[in-house]
Design a protein around this ligand. Structure first.
Ligand SMILES: Cc1ncc(COP(=O)(O)O)c(C=O)c1O
Length: 381
């Protein structure tokens, strides 16, 4: 079976003009930003090429993306949502901002589980929201006691507040269980916090772990979820995502400003629909290859960098590496970049708990992965 992670050589990848391949000079091996070193699923290539050839590049219309996503969610996770409860958004982060604007106002607090996807902090700062961290436990799972304290803090002064969940969790790859999500939802409700779940990595979960859509739970009725094909099929440059409202959140959905739904691009929608409708065999091949990489990474680290603590993730193609024993200080990624010419994401950017850590993107070929670890090892000592 074709492995989407070995379709391109390093030389071919270096001709790309996206952030992953242009942010650093060509002697740096990039394993930082969440882009994959894949060629696209055939269904996407066909649909996008066909649209370009036909000049089908006007304004997007209709609910084709929401319908494709609903069918995918039903087939993959046994969850069917009503497409009438959705809004098209430009991308997941723009959806996060729009939904938080429904739930909260400047000065209100938003709880996040740190360490967490670093743009959450930057976007919330721009929105004037107070970030309250509920650190994950050492096992990378949500710590109920810490979450309770954070929610109580967020709810002080009778202000509105929200909980921004990430499932699967970036950067640890934790896939929250049904019981965990249920308990989180009950706790949030107890503190009057509205819940918003970023499920962008949901297609990227390794069996036997299973993605549980938050809105499929009873506690999800008043929540919103943000979904997209962009991580699963490497479509970040083809803008489109979907916001889904729980059945008790339809009035909130109706308050979304009109401009929010004008951000997705026509070619983006075509690409995402083609991914969800025709790209599932490709996704399964990708998952098999990523699964092999997440295991191989453990072996590579054990052999060359036994001081690095690595817990293979249940979801995502991200490895959260605890490098504290290496003695590289707060930001090991800076040392790996300077001495080894390999770019990982800097742990401290992910908030509390990120010091001494680095995030490695293993959505690449086994050869590049091995070279990256060799470069990391050469940076130490
Ligand atoms: C958890 C999470 N949310 C959102 C995004 C960004 O998504 P988008 O490009 O659709 O805004 C990423 C990208 O890596 C992510 O990991």
């Amino acid at each position: 079976m074709d492995n989407p992670l070995t379709a391109l050589t390093l030389e071919q990848l270096r001709t790309r003009t996206s952030a992953k391949w242009r942010r650093y000079p060509p002697d740096v091996l990039p394993l930082f930003v969440a882009e994959m070193d894949v060629t696209l699923a055939p269904s996407i290539v066909e649909a996008v090429s066909g649209a370009i050839a036909a000049g089908d590049s006007g304004y997007p219309f209709g609910t084709a993306y929401a319908e494709a996503l609903a069918d995918f969610a039903d087939a993959r996770w046994g969850w069917r949502f009503d497409t009438a409860a959705t809004a098209s958004v430009a991308d997941v982060m723009r959806g996060v901002v729009a939904v938080l604007n429904l739930f909260t106002a400047p000065g209100d607090a938003v709880v996040v589980n740190s360490p967490v996807y670093h743009p959450f902090y930057r976007y919330l700062a721009t929105m004037g929201r107070r970030v309250v961290e509920a650190p994950l436990g050492p096992d990378h799972r949500i710590d109920p006691a810490a979450l309770d304290v954070a929610l109580a803090d967020a709810a002080t002064g009778d202000r509105r507040c929200a909980l921004l969940l990430c499932n699967p969790h970036n950067p640890t790859g934790t896939v929250h269980t049904r019981a965990e999500l249920q308990a989180v939802g009950e706790m949030a409700a107890g503190h009057g916090a509205r819940v918003l779940v970023d499920e962008i990595h949901a297609p990227l979960v390794y069996a036997p772990a299973e993605h549980v859509p938050y809105l499929s739970l009873g506690v999800g009725a008043s929540a919103f979820a943000l979904l997209s094909a962009s991580k699963g099929w490497n479509l970040a440059g083809l803008k489109a995502a979907v916001a889904v409202a729980g059945e008790a959140a339809l009035e909130d959905l109706a308050r979304l400003p009109e401009e929010v739904s004008h951000g997705a691009s026509q070619i983006g929608v075509i690409a995402h629909v083609a991914a969800l409708r025709g790209g599932v065999p490709w996704l399964d091949r990708l998952l098999a290859a990523l699964d092999a990489n997440r295991t191989a990474l453990g072996g590579l680290l054990e052999a060359a960098l036994p001081g690095v603590r690595y817990r293979p993730p249940d979801g995502t193609y991200l490895a959260w590496l605890d490098c504290r024993e290496l003695g590289l200080g707060e930001d090991p990624a800076a040392a790996f970049l300077e001495r080894g010419r390999v770019a990982l994401s800097a742990g401290p950017d992910f908030g509390s708990g990120g010091g001494g850590h680095a995030r490695l993107n293993f959505a690449t070929s086994p050869e590049i992965l091995a070279e990256a670890v060799a470069r990391m090892a050469a940076s130490v000592g």
